[in-house]
Ligand binder design. Structure first.
Ligand SMILES: Nc1ncnc2c1ncn2[C@@H]1O[C@H](COP(=O)(O)OP(=O)(O)O)[C@@H](O)[C@H]1O
Ligand SMILES: [Mg+2]
Length: 331
């Protein structure tokens, strides 16, 4: 079952500068991707990529100009009412609350707007405050203006959870948060997905995304430039592993033997005292590198003093596609 399906969605904005002068901005240029039910999917890309526009279309707050999009099978245009019943949305983690009301009072108010009776709204407000960790600390009973950014972000998520939505759309849920608050929000996101929710989150911090997302779509200038699981993305982008080893005896012969078994892109050898330090770059996977290196060492009778295989990071993958896309645009 597909939680979210986006098919060739296009969206442009017309902005007017002064009198008559029109400016057309193509925010989405035919975007397609899908997210399985229950998955945490990350939509990544630099500022202006079109992430917020896409979230707003899925949240039925904006109409697409072309293409189609579905949430749990419902068309976001012709079945917008059904879509609204099953989604929770966070668009700006630092907006949308009455500053002099407490967190609890804010949520009771929004719960009643969503159709809960006063007593049900109170009950549900408490449940979601417990979920996001604002209940036990007593924070729920303090006025909103005293909340830290991290607490505000968690309250925003609590508000989106009021209707117990099957699908959560979170636009930059950790934007502007300090390291510790961001980590709490990430943990919360993972916990919420364990209850079977489909989650779409946007962001641009790879390190954060790598820890929570099951799959990723990278966007740049209104287009999808890469799509896949974090591990797949690293592989399909053909990023190089950096292998560093320190050996005793016959570094040159060793390198030649390794080269005949492994696709190596570049090599450097330097002496460190009695031993040699070999640095090589390869597209081969970790297991293959270990297997070949150990096999060759045994065959050559050399001894290994140290071995490090550095994985390409998702950050590398991201920069590779986003930069690649940018240079394509200008060249
Ligand atoms: N209301 C708007 N009017 C005009 N242009 C807009 C509007 N909202 C967004 N844009 C433009 O559309 C593009 C995509 O914006 P957005 O969806 O906010 O990207 P992101 O969230 O990835 O930063 C940008 O070039 C942005 O300037
Ligand atoms: Mg945005």
């Amino acid at each position: 079952m597909k939680g979210i399906v986006v098919e060739d969605v296009g969206k442009y904005y017309v902005s007017r500068e002064g009198f008559r002068k029109k400016h057309v901005i193509e925010a989405l240029k035919g975007v397609s991707f899908s997210v399985s039910s229950g998955e945490i999917h990350a939509l990544l890309g630099p500022n202006g990529a079109g992430k917020t526009t896409l979230i707003k279309i899925l949240a039925t707050l904006l109409l697409p100009d072309s293409g189609r999009a579905y949430v749990e099978g419902y068309d976001v245009v012709s079945q917008a009412r059904e879509v609204r019943k099953i989604i929770g949305v966070v668009l700006d983690v630092s907006k949308g609350f009455y500053t002099s009301l407490t967190g609890f009072e804010n949520l009771v108010f929004y719960g009643m707007l969503k159709g809960y009776s006063y007593s049900d709204a109170r009950k549900r407000a408490r449940e979601v405050l417990e979920l996001v960790g604002l209940w036990d600390t007593g924070a729920y009973s303090r006025p909103y203006y005293t909340y830290s950014l991290g607490m505000r972000a968690r309250l925003s998520i609590a508000k989106a959870l009021l209707t117990n939505p099957r699908v959560l759309l979170l636009d930059e849920p950790t934007l502007g948060l300090d390291v510790e608050s961001a980590r709490m929000v990430r943990r919360l996101i993972v916990d919420l997905s364990k209850e079977g929710r489909t989650m779409l989150i946007t962001g641009h911090n790879m390190y954060e995304i790598e820890q929570v997302a099951n799959s990723i779509t990278i966007m740049s200038s209104g287009r999808v430039v890469a799509h896949g699981k974090p591990q797949e993305l690293k592989q399909t982008l053909g990023l190089l592993h950096r292998v560093v080893m320190v050996v005793k005896g016959g570094a040159e012969g060793l390198v030649n033997a390794i080269r005949s078994d492994l696709n190596v892109s570049s090599v450097g050898i330097d002496d460190v005292g009695e031993a040699s330090r070999i640095v090589l770059y390869t597209r081969a996977g970790r297991e293959e590198v270990i297997q070949v290196v150990l096999g060759v060492l045994k065959k050559m009778g050399a001894s290994l003093l140290d071995l490090a295989i550095e994985e390409p990071t998702l950050e590398d993958a991201y920069l590779a596609v986003v930069r690649g896309n940018d240079s394509g645009k200008h060249g």
